[in-house]
Design a protein around this ligand. Structure first.
Ligand code: ADP
Length: 499
């Protein structure tokens, strides 16, 4: 564990955490759940309760939908420019509250403060600003039809109405930003549920949304679990769309349930992403890139490069370098300046990853480093590199969602067919990485990989302008860029007879 150089708690965070249970944000007001129920949210670095949070159920979901419906009548008439100004103002307020947001995300999720300060929060701010710019650039087109020169046909891009958004715990603030920005830019109103493990930054954001001056009900933020609160959103007959990020298992359930009123859906689900290191790679980049690919956010990343294919010519060296770096990573509480790898988010996640560490050993894999969860307090699992892994082992097939990588040697010479076949031999298709200095090979491999994102000589790069989403059972629909606007608008064709 790292020597403690703890961050001083921001007074705004202290103030936010004090007082009674954190309330839901419905219709622009902070309200208790109708049932009066609350649940604790835990600091994963200490296993202690951080705060109690009101738990929304079906009644609160109904109230949030009613508020969002009323707000839609207002919001859809706010001019694009004014919508943009409000989003921009929200981003400014986030910037003014950067430290508080970073600390809260770190406290609730466990991730290192150096990541929340330099990645999660700045990326979230940029995301909101990016879509502030889009509000004024959403338009239809005039279509040259063949019916008659006097028949004017044009399209409009209209919002869907009330959209339901369900986010996971691995990037609490960033996922909220990905979800609300595009939806609001396009003129929808939102009922968003945070993950039950990490409800705090969403509720802090509710204060900023209120302060920015969004009309009440444009964004409603609910806390609660999946089967109760989440399911009530998914089943709600007047919610027009569900945007979900989470597990493939729950994604399938949401798809089934959304059939009730034929909701539009977009799903960003699990992954078991291949990261391929060719012998001609620049190893000064490939080794840190492979480490970042799997250990960033404690491996709790849907696009984590958890299957590391390394050419056998360079396998021993790459693995030795990776082990040497990874074993020096400072693991400790996220709220410590020096921490490079924090705890896992929850007891449940600690048990899940521990299960796979055991399973890996039982299946005959060898933990080059790590391999055993640490004792509490807190939910710490050390970086783990498994060697002697076969493609069939469950640690090489199932999503672990922890700091655990399976290293898989490959031996193609000029041909790349075999490693591509192995890389694509998964039900998932979220992302992939390629490390090579041969530009032709880089493109050929990038085109052949069945994944929604391919990183060449980089990994885990994100930008608000670049689409992100899955192939196969990693989901469908693309967030970010202009693509996300397609998820949040519907096209109306207008025929106008000028005769
Ligand atoms: P994880 O296993 O990583 O926690 P989940 O897919 O279970 O991922 O959770 C992601 C989000 O989906 C969370 O906000 C969770 O509360 C929500 N969720 C879980 N189950 C359901 C469900 N049956 N209906 C709607 N939302 C759900």
């Amino acid at each position: 564990m790292a020597e403690s150089t703890a961050v001083k708690l921001d007074p705004r965070v202290q103030q936010f955490l004090e007082g009674g249970p954190k309330r839901l944000f419905i219709g622009g007001e902070f309200v208790e759940a109708e049932s009066g129920k609350t649940f604790p949210t835990i600091n994963p670095a200490t296993s202690e309760v951080l705060a109690h949070v009101c738990e929304a159920d079906q009644t609160d979901v109904e109230l949030a939908v009613q508020a969002a419906e009323r707000a839609f009548a207002v919001w859809s008439k706010v001019s694009p420019s004014d919508r943009g100004k409000l989003l921009w103002k929200l981003a400014d307020l986030m910037e003014a509250n950067l430290e508080a947001l970073a600390q809260l995300d770190t406290l609730d999720n466990g991730k290192p403060i150096r990541e929340t300060r330099h990645a999660d929060v700045p990326l979230s701010i940029e995301h909101i600003r990016y879509y502030a710019g889009w509000t004024t650039k959403i338009h239809g087109e005039v279509i040259n039809n063949s019916v008659s020169p006097n028949m004017l046909t044009y399209t409009r891009r209209e919002p869907l109405g009330v959209v339901g958004q369900i986010i996971p715990w691995n990037f609490p603030l960033l996922m909220l930003s990905w979800k609300i920005a595009a939806a609001l830019a396009a003129g929808n109103t939102v009922v968003l549920k945070s993950a039950e493990q990490t409800p705090l930054t969403a509720l802090y954001m509710a204060h900023l949304i209120q302060e920015a001056g969004f009309p009440g009900g444009v964004v409603n933020i609910l806390s609660g679990d999946g089967p109760n609160t989440g399911a009530a959103i998914v089943k709600h007959p007047r919610i027009r769309k569900i945007a979900f990020t989470g597990s493939t298992e729950v994604g399938k359930l949401i798809m089934r349930e959304s059939a009730s009123n034929l909701k539009c859906i977009s799903l960003e689900l699990g992954g078991k992403s291949p990261n391929i290191i060719f012998p001609d790679a620049d190893f000064t980049k490939a080794v840190p890139g492979a480490l970042l690919g799997i250990f960033f956010n404690q491996g709790q990343v849907c696009c984590a490069g958890s299957r590391l294919f390394v050419h056998k010519k360079v396998y021993d060296n790459v693995l030795a370098d990776m082990s040497s770096y990874a074993s020096k990573l400072k693991q400790g509480p996220g709220l410590d300046h020096s921490t490079e790898i924090g705890p896992l988010v929850s007891d449940e996640q600690y048990n899940r990853v521990s299960y796979y560490l055991n399973k890996g050993r039982e299946e005959g894999a060898n933990a080059l480093i790590g391999g055993k969860p640490l004792d509490g307090p807190g939910y710490f699992v050390p970086p783990t590199i498994f060697t002697d892994v076969s493609d069939e082992m469950s640690i090489a097939r199932e999503e672990i969602f922890g700091p655990v990588v399976t290293a898989l040697p490959f031996s193609d010479e000029d041909q790349i067919a075999d490693v591509i076949r192995r890389a694509n031999d998964t039900e998932y298709g979220l992302a992939a990485g390629v490390w090579t200095t041969d530009v032709k090979k880089a493109h050929r491999v990038a085109h052949a990989l069945e994944a929604g994102t391919v990183w060449v000589n980089c990994y885990n790069s994100f930008d608000a302008s670049v689409p992100f989403g899955g192939y196969k059972q990693s989901g469908f629909g693309r967030e970010n860029g202009s693509y996300a606007l397609e998820l949040y608008t519907q096209v109306k064709a207008v025929w106008m007879n000028l005769d």
